[in-house]
Design a protein around this ligand. Structure first.
Ligand SMILES: NC(=O)c1ccc[n+]([C@@H]2O[C@H](COP(=O)([O-])OP(=O)(O)OC[C@H]3O[C@@H](n4cnc5c(N)ncnc54)[C@H](OP(=O)(O)O)[C@@H]3O)[C@@H](O)[C@H]2O)c1
Length: 308
C-alpha cells in the first residue's frame, strides 16, 4: 500500500497580479483556475471582489502584493501607470521578476527595462494579442521578450494564460515592436471597415448587406500577406496587377464618392496623399509596397531593406 502523500501534486508557484482592468482580471482569473496562489492589487480595490470570492488574496498596497510572489505580472493602462505602481512598491520589488503585460511603445519597453535594472528587478516584457475573454483558453496569444532563462523559468506558470506563447528574444522591446505593428494593421483596417459601412449606408446599403462582400476582401487581404511580406523584405516593389498611379486614382474616386455623400473622407485622403507623394517622387509604375519609402520619409529604400 502506498503512502498517502505519494500522489501529492507539487504546489504551483504563487503569482502576483498588479492591475485589475478587464485584462488584469482575466489574467488573475486564469492563474487562479490553474491552481496558482494568486495575490492581486488594484488602485480601485473593489475591482478585486469577484477574484477574492474565487480565492485570490487582495493586498493592501503594491508592496504587500509584490512580497507575496517571485513573479509579478503588471497589466495596467500604460507604462506611466505601470512604473508608478512599481515605484509605489518601493524596495519590495528588488530581486523579483516583473512581467509587464501592459501595452505601450518599444521605446517605453526599453525604458522600463532600464528602470528594472536600476532597481534590481529582473524584467520580462510581453504583449497580449487577443482580447481578455480568450485568456486561459487555447485562443489566447502572447508574445514575450527579455532574458531567455528567466522566461523559461516562468513558462510553466505562464502556460496558465496562453494557448500560444512565443519568445521573441532578449531585446525587451521585441514584444512591443510586434504589438504596435500588428495594432497598426488592426486599427487602420477597422477604420477602413467602419468607413466602408458609413459609405454603404449613405447609398442606402445596410452594413449586413455589405458584410459578405467585406469578408471576401478580408480573405483576399489575408491571402496576399505572405507574398507582400516576402516582396517587402526583398525590396521588390513591382506589382503586376496594379501600379501606384492606378491606386492613387482609385483612392481619389472613393474619397470623392464619400465627400459627395457628405461624409468625412480623411481616412481615404490620408492614404491617397501617400500614394500621390510616391507617384510624384517618380515611383508611379511600381506597386503599393513602394509607399513604405514615403512612409519612412526616404526616397531610396534599398538601404533600409531588412536582412531577416
Ligand atoms: N482588454 C483587452 O482585451 C486587452 C487586449 C490586449 C491588450 N490589452 C492591454 O492590457 C492593458 C490593460 O488593459 P485593460 O483592458 O485591463 O484595461 P485599461 O483600461 O487599459 O487599464 C485599466 C487598469 O489600469 C489601471 N490604472 C490606470 N491608470 C492607473 C494609474 N495611474 N495608477 C495605477 N493604476 C492605473 C486601472 O486601475 P483602476 O481600476 O483603479 O482604474 C485598471 O487596473 C492595456 O495596456 C491594454 O492595452 C488589453
Amino acid at each position: 500500500m502506498s503512502a498517502p502523500d505519494d500522489h501529492v501534486t507539487p504546489a504551483k508557484p504563487p503569482v502576483t497580479v498588479l492591475g485589475l482592468g478587464p485584462m488584469g482580471q482575466a489574467l488573475a482569473g486564469a492563474f487562479l483556475a490553474a491552481g496558482h496562489p494568486t495575490t492581486v492589487w488594484n488602485r480601485t480595490a473593489s475591482r478585486a471582489d469577484s477574484l477574492v470570492a474565487r480565492g485570490a488574496v487582495l493586498a493592501a498596497d503594491p508592496a504587500e502584493a509584490v512580497r507575496a510572489a517571485e513573479l509579478i505580472v503588471v497589466c495596467v493602462l500604460n507604462y506611466d501607470a505601470a512604473l508608478a505602481v512599481l515605484d509605489a512598491a518601493g524596495d519590495a520589488t528588488r530581486g523579483r521578476t516583473v512581467l509587464n503585460l501592459t501595452a505601450d511603445t518599444p521605446g517605453r519597453a526599453r525604458e522600463a527595462a532600464g528602470w528594472a535594472e536600476a532597481h534590481g528587478v529582473t524584467y520580462l516584457d510581453g504583449a497580449i494579442m487577443t482580447p481578455a475573454y480568450t485568456i486561459g483558453t487555447p485562443d489566447a496569444v502572447f508574445l514575450h521578450s527579455g532574458p531567455r532563462d528567466v522566461y523559461e523559468t516562468h513558462l510553466p506558470t505562464l502556460n496558465a494564460l496562453a494557448g500560444t506563447a512565443t519568445y521573441l528574444g532578449a531585446d525587451p522591446a521585441g514584444a512591443a515592436s510586434y504589438d504596435v505593428a500588428l495594432l497598426d494593421l488592426w486599427w487602420t483596417s477597422v477604420s477602413g471597415l467602419v468607413h466602408s459601412f458609413a459609405l454603404a449606408r449613405s447609398q442606402g446599403v445596410a452594413a449586413t448587406e455589405l458584410a459578405p462582400y467585406a469578408k471576401n476582401i478580408g480573405n483576399l487581404l489575408a491571402s496576399t500577406i505572405d507574398d507582400m511580406a516576402k516582396a517587402a523584405d526583398a525590396g521588390d516593389y513591382q506589382d503586376d496587377v496594379s501600379d501606384l498611379r492606378s491606386t492613387a486614382t482609385a483612392l481619389a474616386h472613393i474619397a470623392h464618392a464619400s465627400e459627395e455623400s457628405g461624409l468625412d473622407a480623411s481616412v481615404l485622403r490620408a492614404a491617397q496623399a501617400l500614394a500621390d507623394r510616391t507617384v510624384a517622387d517618380g515611383y508611379g509604375s511600381q506597386g503599393v509596397l513602394r509607399m513604405m519609402g514615403t512612409i519612412a520619409g526616404e526616397g531610396d529604400l534599398t538601404s533600409r531593406t531588412p536582412t531577416a
